[in-house]
Design a protein around this ligand. Structure first.
Ligand code: SF4
Length: 290
C-alpha cells in the first residue's frame, strides 16, 4: 500500500449560515416554484449557485431587475438598508431574508454604536457584498480599512472620544488581530466588539488548517474564487510555508502539484459542500493517496 496520505481538515465545508441560506432558497423553490429571484449569489460557491439556477433561481444584483409580484431572497451576506427600502417599495409578492444571523449580529451592533455617536472603522474587503451590506446599515461616519497601512489615512483625530471597530465575519483571524492592535495603538479610546465579529465557522476552519499545516506538504482548499473564507484558508497555509491551491472541482487538480508530495491536506470553505470534498478525495486516490 502507498504511503501517500490524505489529511482532511476538521471542521471544513458548510457552516450553519450557509446551510440555512441554501435551505431558504430550496424551500422557496419547492413551495412557490420557479422563478425565485435572489439578490447576489446566495453563497459564494459555483456548484451551489449553478444547482439552484438549474432549479429556477435567478441571481440578480440590481433590485430593478426583479419583476413585480415576484419572490425575492437576500443572500447570506446581507444587504444595505437602501436595498431593503428599494425592494419593499416594489410590488413584490414576498421577500425572504437569508442573511446569516452572525452577519445580522454585526449589523445590530453597528447600528447601536452609530446611534450612540461612535465613528466606526470597519475592517473588511472593499466591494465584498457583506462589507457593502454592513456599511450600508448606517448613513455616514463609517470608514473602511483593508490593511494596517490604511489606518494612517483615516480622517479621524487620534484622540477622538467615540470610536469603535467592527469587522467582516470571514477575515483572517491573525491579520485582523494585528490590524486591531495597530488601531488601538493609534486611537486610545477605541472600543472593541463585545464578541468577536469574525464568525466561529471562519475561526474553526482556520484553526484546523493551522494544526494540519505542520504535517502536510500541500493544502487543497475547495471553494470558489469569490469566497472570502476559502481564500483566507489558502493564504493561511501559504503564510505557514506550505503550497496551497484553491479549486472549485476535483478535475482542476494538476498532477504536477502532487509531485514529491507525501501528505496532501484537504479543506473546504464554509460555502463548499461535502460532495465536492468527496470528489477531490476520489481524484487523489487515482494518484495513490489514501
Ligand atoms: S461563514 Fe460565518 S458569517 Fe458566513 S454564513 Fe457561515 S457562519 Fe455566517
Amino acid at each position: 500500500m502507498s504511503s501517500k496520505r490524505i489529511i482532511l481538515a476538521n471542521p471544513r465545508g458548510f457552516c450553519a449560515g450557509v446551510d440555512r441560506a441554501i435551505a431558504i432558497v430550496d424551500k422557496a423553490l419547492d413551495k412557490y416554484g420557479a422563478p425565485i429571484y435572489v439578490r447576489h449569489e446566495v453563497v459564494h460557491n459555483k456548484y451551489v449557485v449553478d444547482g439552484l439556477k438549474d432549479r429556477g433561481a435567478i441571481f440578480i444584483e440590481d433590485i430593478e431587475e426583479v419583476p413585480e409580484n415576484s419572490i425575492l431572497i437576500y443572500s447570506a451576506h446581507g444587504v444595505p438598508l437602501s436595498v431593503r427600502l428599494q425592494a419593499t417599495a416594489k410590488n413584490l409578492q414576498m421577500i425572504f431574508d437569508a442573511t446569516c444571523p452572525l452577519v445580522n449580529k454585526v449589523h445590530v451592533e453597528l447600528k447601536t454604536l452609530h446611534k450612540q455617536g461612535y465613528a466606526i472603522v470597519m475592517i473588511g474587503h472593499k466591494n465584498h457584498p457583506e462589507v457593502e451590506g454592513t456599511m450600508g446599515q448606517v448613513d455616514g461616519n463609517i470608514y473602511l480599512i483593508e490593511t494596517e497601512s490604511d489606518i494612517a489615512s483615516l480622517p479621524l483625530r487620534r484622540d477622538i472620544e467615540k470610536i469603535a471597530v467592527v469587522t467582516q465575519t470571514t477575515l483572517s483571524v491573525d491579520e485582523t488581530k494585528s490590524i486591531i492592535d495597530q488601531l488601538q495603538a493609534t486611537f486610545c479610546n477605541l472600543r472593541l466588539p463585545k464578541n468577536e465579529d469574525i464568525c466561529y465557522a471562519t475561526q474553526n476552519r482556520q484553526d484546523a488548517v493551522k494544526k494540519m499545516a505542520t504535517v502536510c506538504d500541500l493544502l487543497i482548499v475547495i471553494g470558489s474564487k469569490n469566497s472570502s473564507n476559502s481564500n483566507r484558508l489558502k493564504e493561511l497555509a501559504e503564510n505557514l510555508g506550505i503550497r496551497s491551491y484553491l479549486i472549485d472541482f476535483a478535475h482542476e487538480i494538476d498532477e504536477k502539484w502532487l509531485k514529491g508530495a507525501n501528505t496532501v491536506g484537504v479543506s473546504a470553505g464554509a460555502s463548499a459542500p461535502e460532495v465536492l470534498v468527496e470528489g477531490v478525495i476520489a481524484k487523489l486516490k487515482t494518484y495513490d493517496f489514501n
